[in-house]
Design a protein around this ligand. Structure first.
Ligand code: GDD
Ligand code: MN
Length: 396
């Protein structure tokens, strides 16, 4: 198993030399962040319930700042299957990024992803794979929300409510792509290696199943109920920051198509009225004449829109230009919109004989579409440069 950008990835010597990754076998990918107190227990439970039913190997993808990797390598000596640990110096993409890295190394037909804190019962691993084989599904989700499943280990009513809300929101945003998946937030699932399109994935934080279901679009999906147990040791690494990351992830997934992005652009634009009007109110209250006040206040709206668009819509397309270059171009487009609207309306009225109202409406739509297309093309599209330049490299 070779891996370039990891500190070390040497497979621990396999004592039994039983089963290396082989067709029909399973690679269990476990993301870990400071889980040293859980590793032995997890490997013990896997040893008890998996290898006798299904050849397996375990790949830990670790972003820890504690001694988790050492603990893994030590515990692996007692395991009758290969155990690998990839420690990442840079935790790109967090949990989801780690899982995708682990998936890239897999050679077996099936990949099972599970947490490292024993909240996911390893005894279910063979059943997840068997269900997939039996029903010819490419993805089998361990679900807390079908008969026989439960979220017993989800600590506190607050987390239950958040989890419910997030599941509902996500399901309503992707009704078709998540059809047949009752628990898109689950971190426990089996997927065929052939169904993982690693190159189109943009994992961001915890919800790697959602990422896979939406971007890899596995053809047939199955589900198996499971009981989400208590953590064996330590605490959840989920935080408010992770919550915001999830919202950004959702917006990114939802606005992957140009049409959806245009709708997002419009919605964000509409929220710009708020800082615009507030700015106008503050400036005129401070005694500024309303014309310069209008112009200045418009910049508040522009700045607000820029920040939201940068972080929500074009998060992964910012590398091509410096931020002040993007901000300047964005502001230019936004102000050109205002300046061009009146002449455009005049053109529609005098040249095409339109009424003032329909001319205004058409002008608004036109400038909006032009502004959206301009923002895509002039602010966030990579510029054409000779091959081998910095931009070309960043664009991969
Ligand atoms: N490599 C890596 N990098 N692993 C991470 C990171 C990270 O940045 N953050 C967390 N992990 C690991 C943890 O060490 C653990 O093994 C696993 O990912 C899950 O993290 P927890 O912090 O225990 O998550 P949770 O229990 O709150 O949430 C779990 O259940 C949710 C369902 O309620 C996860 O499976 C979620 O994906 C799931 O939605
Ligand atoms: Mn957990």
């Amino acid at each position: 198993m070779s891996h370039e950008h990891t500190e070390y990835s040497a497979p621990v010597p396999d004592l039994s030399a039983a089963q290396l990754a082989e067709p029909g076998a399973v690679t269990i990918v476990v993301p870990t962040f400071n889980e040293s107190a859980n590793i032995r227990q997890l490997l013990h439970r896997i040893t008890e319930s998996v290898p006798s039913r299904l050849p397996c190997e375990v790949v830990f993808v670790d972003d820890s700042t504690d001694d988790t990797p050492e603990v893994i390598r030590d515990a692996a000596r007692d395991c009758p299957f290969p155990v690998t640990v990839l420690h990442r110096e840079e935790p790109v993409g967090g949990l989801g990024g780690a899982v995708v890295e682990g998936m890239r190394t897999a050679g077996s037909d099936w990949i099972v992803v599970m947490d490292g804190d024993c909240q996911h019962p390893p005894s279910l691993v063979p059943e997840l794979v068997a269900t997939g084989e039996r029903s010819n599904a490419a993805l089998v989700v361990a679900s807390r929300y079908i008969k026989g499943g439960s979220r017993a280990g989800l600590a506190g009513s607050y987390r239950v409510a958040v989890s419910r809300g997030a599941t509902w929101l996500t399901k309503s945003l992707f009704p078709r792509k998540l059809h047949g998946i009752s628990d898109p937030m689950s971190g426990f699932f089996a997927i065929r290696r052939s169904a993982v399109t690693a190159d189109v994935l943009k994992p961001l934080g915890y919800k790697i199943l959602l990422e896979l279901a939406v971007r890899s679009r596995p053809r047939a999906v199955g589900e198996v109920p499971f009981v989400f147990e208590e953590r064996f040791a330590g605490e959840s690494k989920s935080s408010a920051r992770e919550g915001f990351r999830f919202l950004r992830h959702l917006v990114g997934l939802r606005t992957a198509s140009p049409v959806a992005r245009m709708v997002g652009f419009g919605l964000i634009g509409a929220t710009g009225f708020l800082p615009n009007l507030l700015g106008l109110w503050a400036l005129t209250a401070a005694g500024v004449h309303y014309v310069p006040a209008e112009i200045l206040a418009n910049q508040f709206g522009v700045a607000w829109n820029f920040v939201l668009i940068e972080h929500l819509l074009f998060r992964d397309r910012r590398a091509h230009r410096r931020w002040w270059d993007r901000a300047g171009r964005f502001a230019l487009l936004a102000n050109a919109d205002l300046v061009l609207r009146i002449p455009l309306i005049a053109l529609f009225v005098h040249r095409f004989g339109m009424g003032a109202l329909s001319a205004t409406a058409l002008a608004l739509v036109t400038t909006f579409v032009v502004r959206f297309a301009g923002t895509e093309a002039l602010v966030y599209l990579p510029r054409r440069r000779p091959r081998g330049s910095r931009t070309a490299r960043r664009a991969v």
